[in-house]
Design a protein around this ligand. Structure first.
Ligand SMILES: Nc1nc2c(ncn2[C@@H]2O[C@H](COP(=O)(O)OP(=O)(O)OP(=O)(O)O)[C@@H](O)[C@H]2O)c(=O)[nH]1
Length: 449
């Protein structure tokens, strides 16, 4: 059966259910793996030390009057060492080192990192170091004026001995003096690390006059290949795509299921139709004589069940028999005999009412049940049929006649009795020389089937 091909039953263990489970499981494993990998791995580093980056000494004030601060940068095996002498003048003094990263508006993109770690040695009690980032921006930066670059600062506390301090990029602050100096609106006063021109490590605002010394071993920038936010977006996008694919898949599966069930419905409808037609044809065949198209005895029984009621009475029966039909067969053959039988039946059908019923009783004998017809009416009909045979174009110019016996059913008469009486009348017609109509003897009382 073609419509059966590919029909899926929604069993628990069907391959599609398994496929879906694998699909969701695969996505979950992929998501968890990606999150774990992001948490524990996917790291990138940038280390800034004396071997790989160049630093210069910086000092403030450098040229104020006769008294000025001085600073000297020494490269030690452990890192950059700053030795300076701070003297107060117009501005609070500081000294430190600058790691120059860019020039001519080309800075280093440090926004790819999340954290910075600094290893330094600064033994001064209650004093601090400053770690400053100078970031270029087309909005406010001016060429050859590093103070116009956005300044982002983090304060490093003093500590006895070497210390390694780690903090996030979000821990940097923009000092208010820079915002005021550059007149920057609040919308532009947020942190930026995409074009870093230089990094400065210097004494803090609380530095005291006199000699200062500190050493910076390295700065290490740490970040992820994919930021947590990008990873979240990626995962959301991936789940959205998977969801859409899932919906599309379900939709196309349902569509093909629907098509298959429509196909099946059409097949069932056409099968049902052809079964109905076959049944009708079979029923017809069972009730109809195939040669003459008159009812057979089966058809007669059905007809009697449906119509032999008192409302249909009076009912008359004409028993018709072709005369000397054996001679027709003998002289012209059975084929011609069959044609004669067909035309004989047709000739009768043309002259009766739709409510009447022609039955082939057997061989060349026919019963004609004439409904709501009295004996005389039926006798007239039988006579009319008999006479009409002369007008028929019989094959081989055969001269055909018939005899008839007519009987009217009396109330409660059995059909067999009616047939027997009509048959007796027919016998009389035959005995009296054929080609004539005889009436049956009336019955006083009998019964219908
Ligand atoms: N061609 C053909 N012949 C049939 C068919 N059924 C019966 N017959 C023939 O009809 C003939 C009937 O012959 P009889 O019973 O002797 O009747 P008859 O020759 O008509 O003689 P009477 O009835 O006495 O006039 C037989 O030869 C049957 O073989 C049929 O379906 N086709």
């Amino acid at each position: 059966m073609p419509w059966r091909q590919g029909i899926e039953t929604p069993y628990k263990n069907s391959p599609t259910i398994k496929l879906r489970l694998y699909f969701v499981l695969g996505l979950l494993i992929f998501t968890v793996t990606l999150l774990l990998w992001h948490h524990w791995g996917m790291n990138r580093y940038l280390r800034m030390d004396a071997k790989s980056f160049t630093a210069i000494a910086t000092v403030e004030p450098a040229t104020e009057g006769a008294a000025y601060s001085s600073s000297a940068l020494t490269l030690k095996p452990e890192g950059w060492q700053i030795n300076c002498e701070l003297i107060y003048s117009k501005y609070p003094p500081y000294c430190g080192l600058d790691i120059v990263l860019g020039s001519e508006q080309q800075g280093l993109d440090l926004s790819r990192f999340d954290q910075v770690k600094v290893r330094f040695l600064f033994g001064k009690n209650e004093e601090h170091l400053r770690l400053s980032i100078f970031n270029y921006s087309d909005k406010y930066s001016r060429e050859n004026d590093y103070l116009s670059h956005k300044v982002e600062e983090a304060i490093l506390p003093s500590h006895t001995g070497w210390q390694e301090l780690s903090f996030a990029l979000t821990d940097f602050n923009i000092p208010s003096w820079w915002i005021i100096q550059e007149n920057v609106p609040p919308a532009d006063a947020g942190s930026e690390f995409d074009r870093v021109m230089q990094i400065r490590i210097a004494t803090g605002y609380d530095a005291k006059e006199g000699p200062q010394q500190f050493t910076v071993a390295w700065l290490e920038w740490r970040g992820k290949w994919i930021s947590a936010e990008s990873l979240r977006l990626l995962l959301i996008f991936m789940w959205l795509i998977a969801g859409m694919l899932w919906i599309l898949w379900e939709w196309s599966r349902n569509l093909s299921r629907l098509n298959r069930s429509r196909q099946r419905q059409r097949w069932l409808e056409s099968t049902n139709q052809s079964l109905k037609e076959s049944t009708q044809e079979l029923t017809h065949r069972v009730r109809i004589d195939p040669l003459t198209q008159a009812l057979n005895r089966e058809g007669l029984a059905e007809f009697l069940t449906a119509h032999c009621s008192s409302s249909e009475q009076p009912i008359s029966l004409i028993f018709l028999d072709i005369d000397h039909f054996k001679q027709v067969n003998d002289q012209h053959g059975h084929m011609i005999g069959d044609i004669v039988l067909q035309r004989f039946a047709q000739q009768i059908q043309q002259q009766i009412r739709p409510s009447d019923c022609l039955v082939r009783w057997g061989g060349e004998e026919f019963l004609l049940l004439s409904m709501q017809t009295k004996l005389r009416g039926a006798a007239g009909l039988a006579e009319k049929i008999r006479l009409s045979l002369a007008q028929v174009d019989w094959p081989n110019d055969i001269q055909l006649s018939c005899s008839a016996g007519v009987a009217e059913m009396v109330e409660h008469e059995a059909f067999a009795s009616l047939v027997a009486r009509a048959d007796a009348a027919l016998y009389q017609a035959k005995s009296a020389g054929r080609n004539r109509v005889e009436l049956a003897e009336p019955l006083s009382s009998a019964g219908c089937i």
